[in-house]
Design a protein around this ligand. Structure first.
Ligand code: SF4
Length: 337
């Protein structure tokens, strides 16, 4: 086993941490990175998403706060003018009634991502900053630590869909290194455009944990984006995805797990912190770590008042720590791993 615990969830977290440190595999980093997990569209959800970003533009994105901008807010911040203007003059028609745009303007102003004022009966808006063109490339990674022939067959349809839709610029399959070269029979079941990464986390997360077994093809369209309706849709969907990645990162598992349980801990695995259940003495999965868990026990109230060390501490401290780490990585300059 080249990763701790027999758990795809743990492998996924380690893959995200490794990508944060070492992406792109076997080449120099030229972009800033935003790494997220479990993101996608209604039709397809990816385990790991790596957004390669222009470093300066990513820094400029911070003017719009830490939270993601949904499609309604994006419509406003991308078109808000430098000088005050009536919102209907400033924004392109959204394709739905203006009253919904007005509601989104109030929401955007409350979040501080646009300015608004009333002039007579009209609402005027002004941007707080130009919304930067920060997304360079989006890379989708499917995690399958135990890649045997039947797993490869089961995945091939989804991966073919990824290649056909080309929503991501590159698609990879990440598997746990076995020490053997990847069997050619496995490669036959995987679309030829999909890259294969063999990850060895037996020493925890280290930069050289990843070996490229097969390089992917670039799925980026040569045609200039925005020329056709399909291009526009793709651009919009990719930006929404990137925004979700920006807002959530990959450490947001604390929002669906129970760090407020007295048994919830974070344990270090090399350069990664992983959730650990002291009651079950294992890395628990996101699914089992819920309020319906038989061993769940709320943390004692006095824990919340004393301040608490990082390891094994109460929920709020863990959440704060994970949020701080996300913030730190987001602001880091690109070649610094
Ligand atoms: S006891 Fe259950 S809820 Fe508590 S940390 Fe363990 S898995 Fe999560």
């Amino acid at each position: 086993m080249s990763y701790p615990a027999d758990s795809e969830f743990v492998f996924e977290l380690l893959t995200c941490r490794w990508a944060e440190r070492a992406w792109p595999p076997e080449s120099e980093r030229e972009s800033a990175l935003v790494v997220a997990r479990q993101l996608g569209t209604k039709k397809r959800r990816w385990d790991t998403v790596v957004v390669e970003a222009d470093p300066e533009a990513l820094a400029a994105r911070a003017a719009f706060g830490d939270d993601e901008l949904d499609s309604d807010l994006l419509h406003i911040v991308r078109h808000a003018p430098a000088d005050w203007a009536w919102y209907r003059d400033a924004l392109p028609h959204p394709g739905y009634p203006w009253r919904y745009v007005l509601a989104a303007i109030h929401r955007a102003a409350a979040r501080g991502v646009v300015e608004k004022r009333r002039t007579g009966r009209r609402i005027e808006i002004r941007r707080v900053a130009p919304y930067p063109d920060w997304v360079r490339r989006i890379v989708a990674v499917e995690n399958k630590p135990d890649l045997d022939a039947s797993a490869a067959r089961a995945l091939s349809g989804q991966l073919e869909h990824d290649v056909e839709t080309a929503l991501a610029d590159e698609v990879w399959l990440a598997t746990a290194a076995t020490g053997n070269t990847v069997e050619p029979a496995l490669l036959e079941n995987i679309p030829v455009d999909v890259g294969i990464l063999a990850l060895d986390f037996s020493d925890g997360v280290v930069s050289d944990a990843g070996d490229v077994a097969w390089y992917p093809s670039s799925l980026s369209s040569d045609a200039k984006e925005g020329e056709s309706e399909a291009d526009t849709d793709r651009t919009e969907t990719r930006l929404r995805l990137a925004e979700r990645a920006y807002g959530r990162g990959w450490r947001s598992y604390h929002e669906t797990m129970r760090p407020d349980c007295r048994h919830f801990e974070l344990r270090r695995e090399g350069d990664a912190l992983l959730p650990w259940c002291a009651a079950k003495e294992c890395h628990q999965t996101a699914a089992e770590c819920s309020g319906s868990c038989d061993c769940f026990q709320p943390e004692p109230p006095q824990w919340r008042t004393n301040g608490w060390p990082i390891e094994g501490g109460p929920g709020k401290g863990i959440k704060r720590l994970l949020a701080q780490r996300r913030e730190h990585v987001r602001k880091r300059s690109p070649p610094d791993t």
